[in-house]
Ligand binder design. Structure first.
Ligand code: ADP
Length: 396
C-alpha cells in the first residue's frame, strides 16, 4: 500500500509518500510559508528535486499542490491519486484521550478539537491538514498518530506535578510528554537490533534534536519522560530553557517589564544553548565556536551534556537499572563529541564509550566498549516510517 504521511505546522507542511511493502520513500517534500507567499520543495526518488515559489493561500492549496506534484507525469511518482491507499497524520497532542493511534472519523476529529486547548500552536494546524486531505481525497482512510500517545503508560507518580490536585482534575495539568513516536520507534528498534524481547529491556532513549527529550522505556512502555505539560520542560534545548525555577518568571518579568506570555516566548525561543551562548542553536556552530575559544559556547555545550546525563541517571533510578542508552535525532545521530561528553558522566552506570565505534553519523551501531555493562547505541529515528506503519496496521 502507498501511504501519504503528513506533518502540518502552522505555516508549513512536510510530506512523504511511502510504499509500505518495501518501506521505500517514493517522494518527500516540504511546503513552506503557507498563507504568506508559498514555496514547495519536492524530492521524487530517482529524479531531480523540484523547488518552486508557488502561492499557497492555505493548507488545502498546499495539499492540492503536493498531490499535483505526486501525480505529475514528469516529476510525479504515481499515476493517479487512486494509488494512495491511506493517509497518516502526525498530531502533536492527544491529551489523555488517545493512548494509541486512531482511525480518523468525525467523532475522533471532534475529540482532537477538544484537546487543542492543550497545544494551541500545533493541534489547530494538524486539524487543518486533516480537513484539507478529507476535502481533496474523500473516501481515503486516514489515521492520526499522536506525539503524546506513547507516554500514556506513565504512572501517576511520574505524570502528576506537585500542584493542587484540582488543577489536574479541572484543567488537565499533568506531564504528557512528546516525541512519543520517536521514542517508541527507537526503543523497538533497539530490541530488534539486539535480538532481545522488548519486555526484558530497560532502555533510555535520548532524542536530541532542536527540541530534545529523554524517555525511560521499561518493557516497551514509557514510564517517564522529560518533556511535560508542554515541550518546554526537561533538557536545555536549542532555544528552549528546559527545567528552571518557576519563580524566575515573575522576577525577570518585573525587571524587564514583560508580561507572562512575553516571558514564555523568551523561554521557548530565546533561551537554551542559543540564549546561553549568544552564538546559535545549531550544535555545529557551537562546536566550531567552542573550538575557537568561545567560553559561552563551550559552557552551553557542557550544560547540555550535563543535563542529559543527569536525566539518564535519574531514569536509571526510576527503572532500578538500565540496559541500553540510545541516542537519536539530529544531535544524537550526528554529534560525535556530544555523545562522548554525555557518556563521560555515566561511567558509574557501567558504560564506557569506544571512541572508534562512536566515530559514526546517522548509522545504527553500538558505541560502547565490549566490556560495558550498559550498552550505548546510535539508532536513527524515522518518525515518518513509524507513522506509515501505524497507519497500515489500522487500515488493513
Ligand atoms: P528538529 O526535528 O527538532 O528540528 P533535528 O532532529 O533535525 O531537529 O536536529 C537538528 C539539530 O541537529 C541541528 O540544530 C543541529 O544542532 C544538530 N545537528 C545536525 N547535524 C549535526 C552534525 N553533523 N553535528 C552536530 N550537530 C548536528
Amino acid at each position: 500500500m502507498k501511504v501519504l504521511v503528513i506533518n502540518c505546522g502552522s505555516s508549513s507542511l512536510k510530506y512523504q509518500l511511502i510504499d509500505s511493502d518495501s518501506e521505500q520513500v517514493l517522494a518527500k517534500g516540504l511546503c513552506e510559508r503557507i498563507g504568506i507567499d508559498g514555496r514547495l520543495t519536492h524530492r521524487p526518488a530517482g529524479k531531480d528535486k523540484v523547488e518552486i515559489e508557488a502561492p499557497m493561500a492555505n493548507h488545502t492549496e498546499a495539499v492540492s499542490l503536493v498531490l499535483k506534484h505526486l501525480t505529475d507525469p514528469e516529476v510525479g511518482v504515481i499515476g493517479s491519486l487512486a494509488e494512495i491507499g491511506a493517509v497518516g497524520h502526525r498530531i502533536v497532542h492527544g491529551g489523555e484521550k488517545f493512548a494509541a493511534s486512531t482511525v480518523l472519523n468525525d467523532e475522533v476529529i471532534a475529540e482532537i478539537e477538544k484537546v487543542s486547548d492543550l497545544a494551541p500552536l500545533h493541534n489547530p494546524a494538524n486539524l487543518i491538514g486533516i480537513r484539507a486531505c478529507q476535502e481533496l481525497m474523500p473516501g481515503v482512510p486516514m489515521v492520526g498518530v499522536f506525539d503524546t500517545a506513547f507516554h500514556q503508560t506513565m504512572p501517576e507518580k511520574a505524570f502528576l506535578y506537585g500542584l493542587p490536585y484540582e488543577y489536574y482534575e479541572k484543567y488537565g495539568v499533568r506531564r504528557y510528554g512528546f516525541h512519543g513516536t520517536s521514542h517508541s520507534f527507537v526503543s523497538k528498534r533497539v530490541a530488534e537490533i539486539l535480538g532481545k524481547d522488548i519486555k526484558d529491556l530497560k532502555t533510555i532513549v535520548c532524542h536530541l534534536g532542536n527540541g530534545a527529550s529523554i524517555c525511560a522505556v521499561q518493557g516497551g512502555k514509557s514510564v517517564d519522560t522529560s518533556m511535560g505539560f508542554t515541550p518546554l520542560e526537561g533538557l536545555v534545548m536549542g532555544t528552549r530553557s528546559g527545567d528552571l525555577d518557576p519563580a524566575i518568571l515573575e522576577y525577570v518579568a518585573g525587571k524587564e517589564h514583560k508580561d507572562l506570555s512575553a516571558m514564555e516566548s523568551v523561554l521557548n525561543k530565546k533561551s537554551g544553548v542559543a540564549g546561553v551562548s549568544g552564538v546559535s542553536s545549531d550544535f555545529r556552530d557551537l562546536g566550531k565556536a567552542a573550538e575557537e575559544g568561545n567560553h559561552r559556547a563551550e559552557v552551553a555545550l557542557e550544560m547540555f551534556a550535563y543535563r542529559v546525563a543527569k536525566y539518564v541517571g535519574s531514569y536509571a533510578a526510576a527503572m532500578n537499572g538500565v540496559d541500553v542508552i540510545a541516542f537519536t535525532a539530529g544531535i544524537g545521530e550526528n554529534d560525535i563529541s556530544m555523545r562522548a561528553r554525555v557518556l563521560a558522566y555515566l561511567g558509574f552506570l557501567g558504560v564506557t564509550v569506544d571512541p572508534e565505534k562512536n566515530n559514526v553519523r546517522g548509522e545504527e551501531r553500538v558505541i560502547s566498549t565490549d566490556d560495558s555493562r550498559v550498552l550505548a547505541m546510535v539508532v536513527p529515528t524515522n518518525e515518518e516510517l513509524a507513522i506509515c506503519r501505524e497507519t497500515v496496521a489500522l487500515v488493513k
